[in-house]
Design a protein around this ligand. Structure first.
Ligand code: SF4
Length: 342
């Protein structure tokens, strides 16, 4: 079966030609797909015999909502979506002043093993296809009834560990004949796969890049993030500098504050030494507590104090709004909770 949400318009045109159909049918079908239509019978301007042929040979595969949590505080909605093969992924809908954003998962599970993260606890199950990433956006738009203006690829999985499908997803999302989202409204977050950072800067230089840094020394970072043993700070930082220079784009360093681990005066001093002078921005994240990992959170007052110190050192910094703090907010928590209760 052909999975239609995985196809570019060009690929769908090729299929129409194979079926002996005029290529313009591809654009008509594409329009229905991106309007969120999930039944061939609803594609009003497609001849009935072609609709029947599509139903025999193609799938649209909308995601199934297995579970949903809705914040009573800020409108954040967290979805646990079922995939056709029985796996499940999480996606989060968030409202900001500038529009609605979806946090997309790129893999079912993750093999990066970061110590503070619930998503990696069971390891990698499989990569998602470009269409499955796109479905998270289209199906959240369907569920919420709100147009999605921004996407962050920061959910479960390491996006650069699924590089080809990630790039295809971003191209599908951006294509003017498809969703038409501006590249500048898309952000990809990596734990630091250095060769892919270099490649990404060339392939998609207008997309925003965020680096999960979380520690300023190799000793501490390797403890928290095993990827650092392969791509240490002496490889990561030059790649980020080159990326910023080549693309002219400011990189965001994500820094999840973990009580007593990476929030001390000494460690923050090391962070300042490491990144001062770079074209960057630091996003401090008061960690949502994940019981399975045993790490403690840092209050907002402490986070603000650290932000002031960074700003005084000339490093632009924000403290991330704790969206959905009244629901299972950290990545992987809903999936873990669902697995336990199944
Ligand atoms: S933080 Fe990201 S890269 Fe690390 S284990 Fe979790 S999902 Fe994977």
């Amino acid at each position: 079966m052909i999975k239609l949400r995985d196809l570019t318009l060009e690929e769908l045109k090729q299929y129409m030609i194979e079926l002996g159909q005029p290529p313009f049918r591809a654009k008509q079908i594409y329009d229905w797909l991106y309007k969120g239509v999930t039944e061939f019978s609803a594609m009003g301007n497609i001849p009935i015999d072609l609709r029947e042929k599509l139903a025999e040979t193609c799938q649209i595969d909308p995601l199934q909502v297995l579970r949903e949590q809705k914040s009573n505080v800020d409108g954040t909605r967290k979805f646990l979506f079922g995939l056709p093969d029985g796996n499940a992924v999480e996606s989060v809908y968030m409202e900001y002043k500038y529009g609605a954003s979806v946090c997309v998962s790129s893999q079912a599970g993750c093999r990066m093993g970061c110590a503070f993260c619930a998503s990696g606890i069971d390891g990698l199950v499989r990569n998602l296809t470009a269409g499955e990433m796109l479905s998270q956006v289209l199906d959240i738009q369907r569920e919420t009834g709100k147009p999605i203006s921004h996407v962050v690829v920061m959910g479960t999985g390491e996006p650069f560990d699924n590089y080809e499908q990630l790039v295809k997803f971003i191209r599908l999302l951006h294509a003017p004949e498809g969703y038409g989202m501006s590249m500048r409204n898309i952000t990809v977050s990596t734990c630091g796969l250095v060769p892919c950072i270099r490649r990404f800067g060339k392939d998609l230089p207008q997309v925003n890049l965020a680096i999960s840094l979380h520690a300023p020394t190799n000793a501490l970072r390797s403890e928290l993030m095993p990827i650092n043993r392969k791509y240490g700070l002496s490889m990561l930082l030059p790649a980020v500098r080159d990326y910023a220079q080549e693309t002219g784009r400011r990189v965001t360093f994500e820094y999840a504050l973990i009580h007593g681990v990476n929030d001390t005066v000494e460690v923050i001093g090391q962070l300042i030494q490491l990144i001062r002078g770079m074209l960057c921005h630091v996003n401090l994240i008061p960690l949502n507590e994940v019981n399975e990992t045993g790490f403690g959170t840092v209050g907002r007052a402490k986070a603000r104090e650290i932000a002031t110190r960074l700003e005084d050192a000339g490093i632009p910094c924000t403290v991330r709004r704790q969206l959905g703090a009244d629901i299972d907010g950290a990545c992987g928590q809903l999936r873990l909770a669902a697995r336990k209760s199944l």
